[in-house]
Design a protein around this ligand. Sequence first.
Ligand SMILES: Cc1ncc(COP(=O)(O)O)c(C=O)c1O
Length: 404
Amino acid sequence: MASSRRDAIISPASSPTEPIRSPKDFLIFGAPLIRDEEKREVLDCLETGWLGTGPKVAQLEREFRDYKAAQYAVAVNSCTAALHLSMLAAGIGPGDEVITTALTFCATVNAIIHAGAKPVLVDVDPATFNIDPREVESKITYRTKAILPVHFAGRACDMDALVSIAQRHGLMIMEDCAHAVETTYRGKQAGTFGSFGCFSFYVTKNMITGEGGMILTPDERHADRLKMLALHGMSKDAWRRFSDSGYKHYYVVECGFKYNMMDIQAAIGIHQLRRIQQNWERRQEIWAIYQREFAGLPLVLPEPPDEGTRHAYHLYTVLIDPKRTNLPRDQFIEDMTTENIGVGVHYQSIPVHPYYQERFGWRPEDYPHSLRIGQQTVSLPLSPKLTDHDVSDVVRAVRKVLCH
Ligand SMILES: Cc1ncc(COP(=O)(O)O)c(C=O)c1O
């Protein structure tokens, strides 16, 4: 909740001709908050010479696994890699279908394609922006192997419904948790509902390592295979190359990938994870300020978090409906940029992209909620790095752009 300290932070509008911020003070969307602890830990890597995969990666795996109350955690160099390897470890390949949402980042869909399988899209619920379980069931065929929900913006999907569908049809659940490090659903951690939970530590995410990712799994055999696939397909023993006990022979048992995380990346992640709650509280506070300050504007604001869930507050998205605002979404983006405030779009719907249209014959209008959200959505800055002054500038800029 917004504290009373913040009730009066919104200062009066500047002159209508002056931008809210100066160009040299451009507010970067999704700028990470990095403190001295991260810098010292990275410096330690540089000084010891242990830059690649080593003890800090192992430490991050243990600490992330414990934070998420999961059985096994395997660090990789992106969520894209995490999703791709999860597909392979699940045995998903040519001839198989994986059901996912039409409103997501392209990596979710690309990972399915990279595994040789066919993505099958489902439209979203217009209120939550999450995959609509009622539509999932109608897309299941004898080829379907898995459901891949994305906890959009950090809001938990309807996991009761999805798990029940998966159980009834003998399907796997693989969660895209790129937005959902802190997300829980009825007390259970996002990323632990099915066979694999895939996380992103990309620079704009709630917890960052620059580039980076993590896979959670309850199955030791899956964890072993993921590790092997992440490092060229070299046998488990190959990881001992990264210990200080001297050279060890290794054997390639599969044609794997170069998806391992570096200690330099883990050095950042270890301290990001320690401050995960603190950063979450700050984003929750900014979210509440936006909800309060924008309440009277002609915007569609995000729904409050669903009961029995913990929202990760990864993205604060508003919808610009030109019928209400007299302003197309892209003009809003341009005007915010003129005010020197960075914004984002998460996302244009997957079927609008030419590659998918050509390859799968998808038509955007077949996924009407995703299409409309993709045309109207704008994400406003929500980084814990934002000062009260920054938040005030965002609010003033939104008001200025909408009420000009
Ligand atoms: C929903 C979703 N899935 C997957 C990814 C891919 O993450 P990464 O950049 O770590 O590969 C992202 C990143 O933006 C994302 O937002």
